[in-house]
Design a protein around this ligand. Structure first.
Ligand SMILES: Cc1ncc(C[n+]2csc(CCOP(=O)(O)OP(=O)(O)O)c2C)c(N)n1
Length: 396
């Protein structure tokens, strides 16, 4: 493999490349991230999933004038490699090295310090509004995962964006995963968009309905057809975002650089909020992380050839002790229930979830809801334990 990456000193350098070269670059970036994280530990699977997306965004946009806001920020490794941090990349997450997250003091291309999930739409909207107030001209893009989109905060941002109506691009990076499999009604909705199930089901039901109508003439048939057209518009992909005031585009393949470049070129001059729904594979391009994206979401150092952890210490972690204790307490008292915000394994409650599936609640990345939901359970006789990190461990 050639060594193009060392010549990429900033996004301008990738604009000089043709499509085959961009595809080759994506392979080099992938290799570098896998090698580095195998030594330093880090957020491997999320970063591997957005390499092509990151290249396409930087190819079309003019960062740092245009602003890309990475939600959570754990997927920003290729952004770091493209924006002048290739030489320091081996220091990822090391003392005095580069951060595992976007950091304003680290690069002019990092516009918002992150770590906590679901802040990107609100932050991007604030930047877009500042642009309007100052009469400036640039793009703001929030890249948010389907897990982060389960948070109320993300919806508060969408709601306000639809109201303000100013240009803003939201890229929904849908890999059907949070840290573990994504949960909730919204995630099922995305899934139905992907399979086209909403529309197919409607078509099947309408056909049965039309066939059931006695032959009462053309007028009835035309009416039924009109009804089909109206309801169809409600079931087409992304309807929920359209209703919130966004122009919805997708779903598109988040590993096809060419298509994404064309899409981003088309929408960069849009005059209102646009949501682009891209479909990616978490852990893409490394067999072990594709097979087990949850484990490779955030990992310690691992053996490159086997994907197994290096030097597993023998001591139980704080989370293990907590999880085991709560499982024991739940065996003794059936009022004990557990609530987590998309952190089943990280909080040590994986065994609890498997032992008491009906008394375990992963509510999505929705901490305020988790606490209030637990208050409701408590008000009705249960003993809920809400397990939430005070600071996401990955920030430390
Ligand atoms: C408020 C908050 N809660 C929980 C977390 C822990 N966390 C980090 S990433 C993540 C999952 C994000 O899923 P998604 O947005 O789909 O991104 P992906 O990793 O799948 O690309 C979670 C729960 C966090 N960073 N912030």
């Amino acid at each position: 493999m050639s060594d193009m990456l060392k010549d990429i000193k900033g996004p301008d350098d990738i604009k000089k490349l043709d499509l085959p070269a961009l595809i080759e670059l994506s392979g080099e970036i992938r290799e570098r991230i896998i090698e580095t994280v195998s030594c330093t530990g880090g957020h491997l699977a999320s970063s591997l999933g957005v390499i092509e997306l990151t290249i396409a965004l930087h190819y079309v946009l003019d960062s740092p004038v245009d602003k890309i806001i990475w939600d959570v920020g754990h997927q920003s490794y290729s952004h770091k490699l493209i924006t002048g941090r290739e030489e320091r990349f081996s220091t990822l997450r090391q003392y005095r090295g580069i951060s595992g997250f976007p950091k304003r003091t680290e690069s002019p291309h990092d516009h918002f310090g992150t770590g906590h999930s679901s802040t990107s739409i609100s932050a991007a909207l604030g930047m877009a509004e500042a642009r309007e107030l100052k009469g400036e001209d640039f793009n703001v893009v929030a890249v948010i995962g389907d897990g982060a989109m389960t948070s109320g905060l993300a919806f508060e941002g969408l709601n306000n964006a639809g109201h303000l109506g100013i240009p803003l691009i939201v890229v929904l990076n849908d890999n059907e995963m949070s840290i573990s499999r994504n949960v909730g009604a919204l995630s099922s909705y995305f899934n139905r968009i992907l399979t086209g199930e909403l529309y197919q089901r409607f078509k099947k039901d309408t056909k049965a309905f039309l066939e059931g109508i006695p032959k009462v003439g053309d007028r009835m048939y035309r009416l039924a057809h009109k009804l089909e057209e109206t309801v169809k518009s409600l079931l087409l992909p992304g309807h929920i975002f359209e209703e919130l005031g966004f122009n919805y585009i997708g779903p598109i393949d988040g590993h096809n650089i060419e298509n994404m470049i064309e899409t981003f070129k088309r929408i960069r001059r849009a005059d209102g909020p646009v949501l682009v729904h891209v479909i990616t594979t978490k852990g893409k391009g490394y067999e072990f992380s594709e097979k087990n994206p949850s484990w490779f979401h955030g990992v310690g150092p691992f053996e490159l050839t086997t994907g197994s952890p290096k030097g597993t210490g023998g001591l139980a972690s704080y989370s293990d002790v907590f999880g085991n204790t709560l499982t024991e307490l739940a065996k003794k008292d059936e009022r004990v229930v557990a609530v987590v915000a998309a952190m089943t394994e990280g909080t040590g409650l994986g065994d609890f979830a498997r032992t008491f599936p009906d008394r375990f609640f992963d509510v999505g990345i929705a901490e305020p809801h988790a606490v209030t939901f637990a208050a409701g359970l408590a008000a009705n006789g249960f003993i809920p334990v809400v397990a939430v990190y005070s600071i996401p461990a990955e920030v430390l």
